[in-house]
Design a protein around this ligand. Structure first.
Ligand code: A3P
Length: 295
């Protein structure tokens, strides 16, 4: 079905034969619009660019996998829906639905089926998530004319490596540059800094999402309550997140609990040797050379 698999068509195959390619450690990599990506990501980037119709009031969450996507999904869902779902109380959707299911992905990298119709059916304002690099977002998302706000969360690459035994650190430079150019459009967050002071960051995200806390909410401690509701300990302990297996990407059923492993800053120290850590630091420094951003 070519609608759901851009590379399956003859046109797609002749396209990939023209795109620069090299072997990756896991899958072959294609150089597409400045990013080295797997065929799966290439497929979804082409589909998203061709079919996704952004709305001006969409909010896009962007991350590299294993950087805290689940946490950011929970936090932004709770913040954006505060008027419908009060943060205090026993009935919040975060208590009964996995955060991965509260905010849909634009792309589903490992399966052919693309959920554009499902995205179209969502009411505005939509909260949507992506793992695509900035350069591969559809031009309409990044154009100043439409101007979807984007929240980008990155994480110490060595912790990302340990979290998924795999990393690509170039991903976040595009978002960083855009955040420097236009901070009102792209909010750039760091997992380690969020862990260090979650309440401060919850207030920053709420402002950016244009749902700032009122004085009454501040006095009532609502920002701290959002932090507690979405905390690693609280989410990890909920039955919806600690039991069961769901196939969210097609052909790869995952334990719901696998999104909540240890939730620590610096866990890489328990898994990488000094030599491995130095090597990774060098790669990250090299990749981020010329930007104020440090790995
Ligand atoms: P660890 O494997 O280091 O524990 P993603 O959601 O992008 O797949 O990232 C998963 C990582 O975020 C895992 O890291 C997971 O434990 C951590 N995580 C999940 N929920 C979290 C939360 N509420 N607060 C902090 N970290 C969280």
């Amino acid at each position: 079905d070519t609608k759901h698999n851009a590379l399956a068509s003859e046109e797609g195959e002749s396209l990939t034969s023209k795109i620069p390619r090299r072997e990756g450690w896991w899958r072959p990599l294609f150089l597409f619009q400045g990013s080295w990506i797997t065929p799966q990501v290439l497929n979804s980037a082409m589909l998203v660019q061709a079919q996704f119709k952004p709305r001006a009031d969409d909010i896009i969450l962007a991350t590299y996998p294993k950087s805290g996507t689940t946490w950011l999904k929970a936090l932004t869902f709770v913040l954006a829906n505060r008027s419908r779902h009060p943060v205090t109380g026993n009935e919040h959707p975060v208590l009964t639905q996995h955060p991965q299911d509260l905010v849909p992905f634009l792309e589903l990298p490992d399966r052919a089926l693309h959920p554009v119709e499902e995205l179209e059916a969502l009411p505005s304002p939509r909260l949507l998530c992506t793992h695509l690099p900035y350069a591969l977002l559809p031009p309409a998302v990044t154009s100043s004319a439409i101007g979807c706000p984007i929240v980008y969360l990155c994480r110490e690459p060595k912790d990302v490596v340990v979290s998924m035994w795999h990393y690509v650190n170039k991903h976040y430079l595009g978002y960083w540059k855009q955040n420097v150019i236009d901070p009102s459009r792209v909010l750039f967050l760091k997992y380690d800094e969020m862990m260090a002071d979650p309440t401060k960051h919850v207030k920053i995200i709420a402002e950016f999402l244009r749902v700032p806390f009122s004085e009454d909410e501040e006095n009532a401690g609502v920002p701290d309550e959002v932090v507690r509701l979405c905390s690693f300990q609280n989410l990890k302990g909920l039955p919806v997140n600690s039991t069961g297996k769901v196939d969210r990407v097609g052909g790869l059923p995952m334990e719901n609990s696998s999104f909540f492993r240890s939730g620590k800053v610096g866990d890489w120290r328990n898994h990488l040797t000094k030599e491995m850590a130095n090597k990774l630091d060098c790669i990250v420094q090299e990749k981020l050379k010329g930007s104020v951003l440090r790995g």
